[in-house]
Write a protein that binds this ligand. Structure first.
Ligand code: NAP
Ligand code: GCO
Length: 264
């Protein structure tokens, strides 16, 4: 039974995998037998990531690459293929958020979020697809969000990008399913990582941030998620266990999307 979840002999590229959700997914892939490849935007960030993998005893291959730069992505994808092998599993994890009320947000900031969170997954997927097609198999996992389904104040660009990423996922599944390539989304709920740290900061009187309380009331599990909560679902979507699952978004949210929220 465990064999269908095995990633033995597979090569997995997790974009922006130096820490946070990407790092946890990479750890899970390593435990399942995969070779881990990751990238980060600069040498300093990459070195920190390499240290973190080393500390966990994971022989990860790291590359400096800004996922929004098509030339850099194409060069990196070719280099990974030459130095490590054909990428079997791509996790489009790198992402940013800007929490700015829409009427105060510049078009430049809006474009930047769309560029990292939507255009980059297109660019990276496009770079790995030809070899997956030649090989006759491949897995692409796009890290979506609650904001692939829901809106809220201040996250217009992020919601637009993650909603778009959901549809890019369905389109990649539609266009390349015939080549035995599965493209699915993983939609984390509210997870404790540096990206969400400002939403959990303690108030000056030591009380919880109002947003922190709000999320706990909105989550049937009554807690924030940990990056490790994504490990099992991420392995499932990368393994043969999901070979007939395509164009699906697997929400790992402690039940947020099913729940109206606790009555105050
Ligand atoms: P995080 O802690 O901020 O980590 C994001 C990673 O992406 C960092 O390693 C960052 O690198 C990298 N990155 C950003 N821009 C990049 C670029 N242009 N090129 C290469 N790498 C880049 O975020 P996280 O919370 O782990 O989130 C990971 C993914 O999950 C994101 O797509 C996010 O939107 C999504 N997500 C997060 C949550 C949550 O609650 N945390 C929920 C749903 C979805 P450096 O900072 O080192 O430059
Ligand atoms: C926010 C959060 C979210 C989460 C996540 C939810 O400001 O609302 O940052 O967008 O990061 O994507 O799934």
């Amino acid at each position: 039974m465990s064999d269908i979840f095995s990633l033995k002999g597979k090569i997995a590229w997790i974009t922006g995998g130096s820490y946070g959700i990407g790092f946890s997914i990479a750890q899970a892939y390593h435990k399942a037998g995969a070779t881990v490849v990751f990238n980060d935007i600069g040498q300093e960030q990459l070195d920190k990531g390499l240290e973190a993998y080393k500390a966990e005893g994971i022989p990860a291959h790291g590359y400096v690459c800004d996922v929004t730069d098509e030339n850099a992505v194409n060069t990196t994808a070719a280099l990974i293929e030459k130095e490590v092998g054909i990428i079997d599993i791509l996790v489009n994890n790198a992402g940013i958020i800007k929490r700015i009320p829409m009427t105060e947000m510049s078009a430049a900031d809006f474009r930047l979020v769309i560029d990292v969170d939507l255009n980059a997954p297109f660019i990276v997927a496009k770079a790995v697809l030809p070899s997956m097609i030649k090989k006759g198999s491949g897995k692409i996992i796009n890290i979506c969000s609650m904001m692939s389904e829901l809106g809220r104040e201040t996250v217009s660009a992020y919601a637009a990008a993650k909603g778009g990423l959901k549809m890019l996922t369905k389109n990649i599944a539609s266009e390349f399913g015939q080549h035995n390539i599965q493209c699915n989304g993983l939609g984390p709920g509210y997870i404790e990582t540096p990206q969400t740290a400002p939403l959990r900061e303690k108030q000056s009187d030591g009380s919880r941030h109002p947003f922190d309380q709000f999320i706990i009331a909105k989550t049937p599990a009554a807690r924030w998620g940990k990056a490790d909560d994504l490990a099992g679902p991420a392995v499932f979507l990368a393994s043969n266990a999901s070979d007939f699952v395509n164009g699906h978004i697997l929400y790992v949210d402690g039940g947020i999307l099913a729940y109206i929220g606790r009555q105050p």
